[in-house]
Every structure is written in structure tokens, then in C-alpha cells.
Design a protein around this ligand. Structure first.
Ligand SMILES: [Zn+2]
Length: 408
């Protein structure tokens, strides 16, 4: 069987979708349930229906297109929402490549036996209430309280945002009841790093998807006059944070190569001239591809925070915001994709995904695998996100052959 995707049609789809939600910064701003996202959803629905697939949407707004078959479904997809001022390939490449694969399978009348589905998951980017809203709803993994009381990145409550849509907290929490039984899930995605580009390899087979902890933390000190309080008598919350940031980073860099630690947002209180900071609130995240390391990091990093706090006379507080566990891709899936890569004459390599993906959530219910394609300079979540169409063609051809094999 020599079946290939139609790259011109796939490129055209990506460019069409890439015009929805264009922002003044030259990027795309298409958070889930925004007017731009609703327009993109209507566009995707038309594309799925025009391809002769059975269209379905669940209570979380996840969209699907299906070729009927017997037994558990073979699914491929990703997401079409974006970060604010993002690029046109993150997520969209995976949904539209999967759609193209199913279209080719129908056109070429490839005799598959299992049902095949393309999926587009809601709010992968976490603009609303935590990452992976759609895939978590699909797998029945949402925390009811978090969703019902969530404040979104836009200052509105989640419930308020839903008022402009066909969905409610209840429909979202019930979405998993419509899930078909899954045999396997595959996701093509841009790498969002530069390993493939540096190695000159067009297609990556993901081996592990890193897990992460998101925490909201604070060092708590004492406000004091910045002109009269001697340095050695201060309980300066910011200095605690600065000290901790350096020590935590150094610890991870020297003891846990390949793991990550990041402080992404800092707010100082009261935050003014002439006042020693009384409190430093900050987002704190750490990631690792290895579950035992992720657990060790939690213990070790909080021990460092405790030491810094006690040396500097500060308090330390922390609450968990989100966490995912690392996922190892099933060896049979990696081998299958490598075999198909060889059959196509494409060099492939195995690599780790430092970023989280819907595949990681869906892996809680079935085997899940990922295909990465390079993106220029590793840039993503940016209007500068760029890929080569040849790489996309290769990644999508590999996805196509893997899907046919898995569904046969
Ligand atoms: Zn993505």
C-alpha cells in the first residue's frame, strides 16, 4: 500500500485556519470560546462534514470526525485553540494533518476495519481553567470545583465565558460519557524545541512526555522603611525569592539534568519605592520526563525554599495549581512508527517532549503516541512560529501509514 497525503490541500487548510483570529501583533489570538475560536470551530465542522466524515461535538466542545468501523476507535488529533499572540501551527498542524489522513483513507478506499476519528480538543492551552480542559473532560479527569469556580486568564469567571456558548459546567463534566472506546491515540505536533532542527531530522518519535507541577508560592517578610532599616535587620521577601530562584535553578541544573524549573511571574507587595517588600508572590513550575525525579524535585525544591526562609527570617507558603505525570509512550507504538518511517525512507529519531500535550491526558485511557516535526529555531507560542511544508508532509505521511496499520 503506497498512500500519501495531499500536502497542497493540507497547506491550504492550515493557511485558511491561520487567517482566523489574526491579531494586531501579527500573530493569532484564538483562545477557546472567544469569537475567533467559535469562527474556527464552525470552519472545522464544515471541513469535517465536507470530507464525508461523521461530525460530532461533545459537551466540552471537543470536535470529532469519524469513519465507521468495528471495535475500539483509532483516534488522531490535537487542538485549534492558541495562546494569545501565538502561531499558526501549534495544535492546528495536528488536527488538520489527522483530518487529511482520514480524507485520504476515504478517497483511496483503504479497507480499514476499526473506526477512525480525528479529534480537536478544547482549550489545550489553558487560557480558561488549567491546561487540557477538553482532553481532561473527554477522559473524565476534571475537578468539579476547579471548573465551577475557575477564574480565567481574562479576569472573567469560567461560567461567564460559557454564557456565550452552547456549553455549561454540567455538559463539560458529562462529556466523557460520550467517549467511544479507544484503541490508540496519535498526535502530530510541532516540536516547540530545536532538537530535530539541530539534528537535521524531519520527523521525531516522542518517547516520553514530561510531567509538571505548577504552584503558586509566596515568601512572606515584613514591610519596613527602606531608608532607615539596616540591611541586616530586614525580612526582605524579594531577597528570599531571588536567593531561592538561584539556588533552585542551580540544584536542578547540577543534580537533575533534563529537568526544568521556572519562575514565570512575580508580584511584590506593597511594591513601592521606600518600602522593603513584605511579600513576594510568584508562579513556580518544575518539569521532568521521569516520575521519580518529579517527586524528588518536589521534596528537594521545597527543602531549599524552607532553608532560605529560615535563614532570612521569612515565611514560605505554596499551593498546587496544576500537575501532570510524565507519560512513557508504549514501545510497540514507537517501533511501529519507526518501521513506517523506514518504509517511507524518512530518517526519524526518538526524543522527549518537554511541553505537555493532549496525548499525555489521553494516555490515561489508552496507548498514546506522538509524532514531532521541526519548527524553525524551536520557536513556538509566538507569531514567528514557522515550519517547512516538506517536514509537515513527511510527518503527516507517517501519521497516515501508522493510522492505516493500527486501524487494519
Ligand atoms: Zn499545542
Amino acid at each position: 500500500m503506497d498512500i500519501r497525503i495531499n500536502i497542497d490541500r493540507l497547506r491550504n487548510d492550515l493557511e485558511e485556519l491561520g487567517r482566523v483570529g489574526r491579531d494586531a501583533g501579527g500573530g493569532i489570538s484564538r483562545p477557546s470560546f472567544s469569537p475567533a475560536d467559535l469562527e474556527a470551530r464552525a470552519w472545522l465542522r464544515k471541513k469535517i462534514e465536507a470530507s464525508g466524515l461523521l461530525y460530532r461535538q461533545d459537551g466540552a466542545g471537543n470536535q470529532f470526525g469519524r469513519i465507521e468501523g468495528r471495535g475500539k476507535a483509532v483516534m488522531a488529533g490535537s487542538h485549534i485553540d492558541t495562546v494569545i499572540n501565538g502561531g499558526m501551527f501549534d495544535g492546528a498542524a495536528g488536527v488538520l494533518a489527522a483530518l487529511e489522513c482520514l480524507r485520504r483513507i476515504r478517497e483511496a478506499k483503504i479497507p480499514v476495519t476499526k473506526p477512525l476519528e480525528v479529534a480537536s480538543f478544547t482549550d489545550e492551552e489553558g487560557n480558561l481553567v488549567g491546561d487540557f480542559l477538553g482532553s481532561r473532560a473527554f477522559m473524565g479527569l476534571l475537578d468539579k470545583d476547579e471548573v465551577a469556580h475557575g477564574r480565567t486568564a481574562f479576569g472573567l469567571s469560567f461560567v461567564d465565558i460559557l454564557k456565550g456558548t452552547d456549553f455549561t459546567i454540567e455538559t463539560i463534566l458529562e462529556a466523557h460519557k460520550m467517549r467511544p472506546e479507544l484503541e490508540v491515540y496519535l498526535e502530530l505536533h510541532i516540536e516547540q524545541g530545536s532538537v530535530l532542527e539541530d539534528e537535521g531530522v524531519p520527523v521525531g518519535i516522542v518517547e516520553t512526555i514530561a510531567g509538571k507541577h505548577y504552584r503558586q508560592c509566596s515568601f512572606i517578610g515584613l514591610a519596613a522603611h527602606a531608608g532607615t532599616t539596616p540591611l541586616e535587620l530586614r525580612q526582605d521577601a524579594f531577597l528570599g525569592l531571588a536567593d531561592f530562584a538561584l539556588k533552585a535553578t542551580q540544584h536542578v541544573a547540577t543534580r537533575h539534568y533534563g529537568s526544568m524549573v521556572t519562575i514565570g511571574r512575580v508580584v511584590l507587595h506593597p511594591g513601592a519605592f521606600s518600602i522593603v517588600p513584605a511579600r513576594a508572590d510568584f508562579t513556580f513550575e518544575f518539569r521532568s520526563p521521569d516520575a521519580a525525579t518529579l517527586e524528588a524535585l518536589e521534596t528537594e525544591l521545597f527543602a531549599i525554599a524552607g532553608e532560605v526562609a529560615s535563614t532570612r527570617g521569612l515565611g514560605f507558603a505554596s499551593r498546587i495549581v496544576d500537575r501532570t505525570t510524565p507519560v512513557n509512550v508504549a514501545p510497540r507504538l514507537m517501533s511501529l512508527m519507526e518501521e513506517e518511517g523506514r518504509a517511507l525512507g524518512y530518517p526519524t529519531m526518538r526524543l522527549t517532549s518537554g511541553a505537555g500535550h493532549d496525548a499525555q491526558i489521553i494516555a490515561s485511557g489508552c496507548d498514546a503516541g506522538m509524532i514531532f516535526i521541526p519548527c524553525a529555531d524551536g520557536l513556538s507560542h509566538s507569531p514567528a512560529e514557522k515550519i517547512s511544508w516538506e517536514d509537515l508532509e513527511k510527518g503527516a505521511n507517517l501519521l497516515l501509514r501508522a493510522l492505516v496499520r493500527l486501524a487494519s
